[in-house]
Design a protein around this ligand. Structure first.
Ligand code: HEM
Length: 180
């Protein structure tokens, strides 16, 4: 997986907890304290181990940690790819365009990059479905990212996010609605 996701996970742990917690987490995950960087791709297995160990260390279920991390990632992802964002977009428009703009760009940057496929069906101005497809089974991260996008657009109070399948599968359906 893309080094950016690891770098942000590291910063999340360092800011929510502290640096020594991060070192402990690496050690418990059987990883060395090398720095991750955004130009490299690291094994998915390392991400699974870090999330699994973080869950064991905090007692917070892995899917909840993924959601929190997803939420945390958004401001940085938006900043890094801001050129692809249209000024008139709000939460639902941004979600509708992720697959063919931001994730497409990510795929083109490195042959090893493989962001999930997000098949989005816009039901109307205030509703859409995201069909997440990925062998990584990180639908909970997707739910967190959607929450982060709503916060980014200052719509956290009006955007309702409901996974309509289990969050753990290779295919996850997420319903997103805006309340008027
Ligand atoms: C500014 C918008 C976005 C950017 C720049 C972005 C970028 C990325 C990048 C760089 C990765 C790592 C890919 C890899 O390592 O192969 C990734 C993975 C991922 N993205 Fe996005 N993303 C964006 C929006 C979204 C949205 C809106 C969702 C959910 C609806 C989403 C869901 C995910 C998930 C769940 C992963 C983890 C990998 C997996 O499940 O296979 N992303 N994204």
């Amino acid at each position: 997986m893309h080094g950016t996701i690891f770098t942000l996970l590291k910063r999340y742990v360092q800011t929510q907890y502290d640096h020594s917690t991060w070192i402990q987490l690496l050690e418990n995950s059987g990883l060395t304290a090398t720095d991750f960087d955004h130009k490299h791709v690291y094994p998915d297995e390392h991400m699974y181990r870090l999330v699994g160990q973080a869950s064991a260390m905090t007692g917070i279920p892995a899917h909840e940690l993924q959601e929190k991390l997803g939420e945390y990632l958004v401001p940085d992802l938006m900043y890094m790819y801001q050129k692809l964002l249209q000024p008139e977009w709000t939460t639902l428009d941004m979600l509708e365009h992720t697959e063919y703009t931001m994730h497409r760009q990510v795929r083109s940057e490195h042959t090893e990059n493989a962001p999930p496929v997000l098949n989005v069906t816009r039901i109307g101005p205030d509703e859409l479905f995201i069909d997440y497809v990925s062998k990584r089974r990180m639908g909970a991260l997707a739910v967190g990212i959607v929450r982060g996008v709503a916060a980014y657009y200052d719509e956290a109070d009006v955007i309702k996010i409901e996974p309509t399948t289990s969050e753990n599968g290779e295919e996850v359906r997420i319903r997103v609605r805006r309340l008027r």
